[in-house]
Design a protein around this ligand. Structure first.
Ligand code: ADP
Length: 163
């Protein structure tokens, strides 16, 4: 039987426990979930693509079926090249809907054969964003309960500050 493969694309700058929650959920009904870091030149990330990949690698250890990759350019092209039909995105609250729908409909226009599916994270992660994690860390504090251990360590190395 053909493997059921999905891609979970995003910036992951850095990966949070909210992302991990979505990866775990997706892995329960896909054989393989490729967490794909978008190398987007228009943003100024705090971690390079290589650093984000390494943090993801360390953070998804033990999640069966999850693996990491990176891509640049259009998601639909990456999916076409790798013969993947399904993209997973996380929906935290209604506030995510507008942006996510816009993205999903644009992708569908570009490739009608692909589907975007949305997963809800556990309630603890509903208000968690990578940008909040970055902001707090840049002021020398840490949302340790909301990021994987390797990410907390990397943020401390970058910004110093409280444990
Ligand atoms: P992007 O820059 O593409 O939005 P992110 O890395 O911020 O990339 O997010 C990737 C995906 O994960 C998006 O669908 C986003 O809504 C979702 N996501 C981000 N944070 C969380 C969270 N705390 N819980 C669930 N999904 C999340």
């Amino acid at each position: 039987m053909k493997k059921r493969i999905a891609v979970y694309p995003g910036s992951f700058d850095p990966v949070t426990n909210g992302h991990i929650d979505i990866i775990r959920r997706a892995c329960t009904f896909f054989d393989e979930v490729i967490v794909a870091v978008l190398a987007n030149r228009s943003k100024t990330p705090i971690f390079t693509v290589e650093e984000r990949l390494e943090l993801l690698r360390q953070s998804i250890k033990g999640i069966k079926g999850a693996r990491v990759d990176s891509f640049s350019g259009l998601l639909v092209e990456y999916m076409r090249k790798n013969d993947i039909r399904v993209a997973v995105r996380g929906l935290r609250a209604v506030s995510d809907l507008e942006y996510e729908f816009q993205l999903a409909h644009t992708n569908r226009t570009l490739n009608p054969d692909m589907e975007t599916i949305f997963l809800m994270p556990g309630v603890n992660y509903v208000y968690l964003t990578s940008s909040t994690v970055r902001e707090v860390a840049s002021h020398g504090s840490m949302l340790s309960t909301y990021v994987p251990v390797p990410v907390a360590k990397a943020l401390r190395r970058k910004f110093g500050g409280a444990q």
